[in-house]
Design a protein around this ligand. Structure first.
Ligand code: 13P
Ligand code: SF4
Length: 379
């Protein structure tokens, strides 16, 4: 659905894999010089340092969406992130008002490696969401439920949400998005990340027993009773991030014991048991800001993806920064975007034989945009 028909690529991927990082860096830089402002390389904060070094702009999911939405001069975006982010960039950069300003010319969005997906986004397929919605309709009035999807979801889910009066959120505006939803309806259905949904709802004072988790593999009603669903305020989808669920309460206890005065800073995708013990939390963008704003000597244990924590450690030697786990928690799919894939996709782009174009179909893009525009308005 989201892969465009493309001519045969001028360059094959394999030879790039044996080039040195210096050679690859130089080749990517040459394409950047040649294409100038027509090309925008966007990088999510979880990308490897060598990729971030070549990005024109980097940010969290919300900031990257804004950058794609604002893109004025660019005609091509190389998205160094994961699939749902590139889909979002395609929808926002090619929305009708932007197309009209460019006389119909589309921004081509490429994802250097199509295998860069998100395991959390894969935990909610559109047929499962539609099935859940139909089942819910048997026990509650779905007119009184606003669907809210975390941006970490396929465009088809965003379109579902757009069609049903809902909104997309990111980790930086989840609370505002839930408030938006509760101003409209009594209940919310939140997918696919149960932890972001639960942590945010708890912060808003919603009790745990009013937020059942819908298990798409349960036989009936997502594993809840009709009464539980009727008493619910938020119906959570039973999805999670395999990276962030590796952080455990015992890691927090260990750091507090070994480093008195340490501050625990986590991403809201962490499980509730960890989130509740943290001193501060926020999106990747907010995590960076919190560290930047802290005085020298501040001690942190940070619970988010390894590459970002290691970068913060290198950039802030005046602070003491630890990774909040003794085991490696890295996003293996983000890591698929490397210099060989970036050089390969950019040289093909410059040669007029683009590879890995992300092209969301018109109908899906139209409805996704409805929900994404609400997300951009709610901060
Ligand atoms: P941010 O919105 O904080 O960038 O998070 C994206 C993500 O995938 C975190 O796992
Ligand atoms: Fe998906 Fe988790 Fe990777 Fe973020 S860190 S892209 S939620 S798998």
């Amino acid at each position: 659905m989201t892969v465009a028909a493309e001519p045969a690529p001028k360059f094959e991927l394999q030879p790039y894999k044996s080039l040195s990082n210096d050679e690859l860096h130089g080749r990517i830089q040459r394409v950047r010089d040649e294409l100038g402002p027509q090309l925008l390389i966007l990088g999510h904060h979880y990308q490897q340092d060598e990729v971030i070094a070549l990005a024109d702009l980097s940010g969290d999911s919300y900031q990257l969406s804004q950058m794609a939405a604002d893109s004025a001069d660019c005609r091509m975006i190389a998205f160094c992130g994961v699939h749902f982010m590139a889909e979002t960039a395609d929808i926002l950069a090619n929305r009708p008002e932007k197309l009209a300003q460019r006389n119909g010319e589309r921004v081509r969005v490429v994802l250097p490696d199509m295998a860069a997906g998100c395991s959390m986004a894969d935990m909610a397929a559109i047929h499962q969401i539609e099935d859940a919605w139909d089942q819910l309709g048997e026990v509650i009035d779905t007119e009184d439920v606003t669907p809210v999807t975390y941006i970490n979801s396929a465009a088809s889910l965003k379109a579902f949400v757009g069609r049903h009066g809902g909104i997309v959120c990111t980790s930086s505006n989840a609370r505002a998005a839930l408030e938006w939803a509760f101003a409209r309806t009594k209940r919310v259905m939140f997918f696919p990340d149960q932890h972001l949904g639960r942590n945010t709802s708890l912060e808003m004072g919603i009790p745990l027993d009013e937020m059942p988790a819908w298990d798409p593999y349960a036989e009936d009603l997502g594993g809840s009773t009709a009464e539980q669903l009727q008493a619910s305020r938020v119906i959570l989808w039973k999805g999670h991030c395999s990276v962030h669920q590796m952080f455990k309460p015992e890691h927090v206890a260990m750091f507090r014991q070994q480093h008195p005065g340490i501050k625990i800073l986590v991403h809201p995708e962490c499980p509730r048991e960890v989130f509740e013990l943290a001193d501060e939390y926020g999106s990747t963008g907010r995590i960076i800001k919190a560290v930047e704003a802290a005085p020298p000597g501040t001690k942190w244990a940070i619970g988010t993806e390894l590459h970002l924590v290691n970068r913060l450690k290198a950039q802030h030697p005046e602070q003491e920064i630890h990774f909040l786990s003794p085991v490696v928690c890295m996003c293996a799919t983000m890591y698929r975007i490397d210099l060989p894939h970036l050089a390969w996709s950019l040289e093909n782009l410059a040669a007029g034989t683009p590879v890995n174009t992300i092209d969301v179909d018109e109908e899906t893009a139209k409805w996704s945009l409805v929900a994404l525009e609400r997300m951009l308005e709610v901060k």
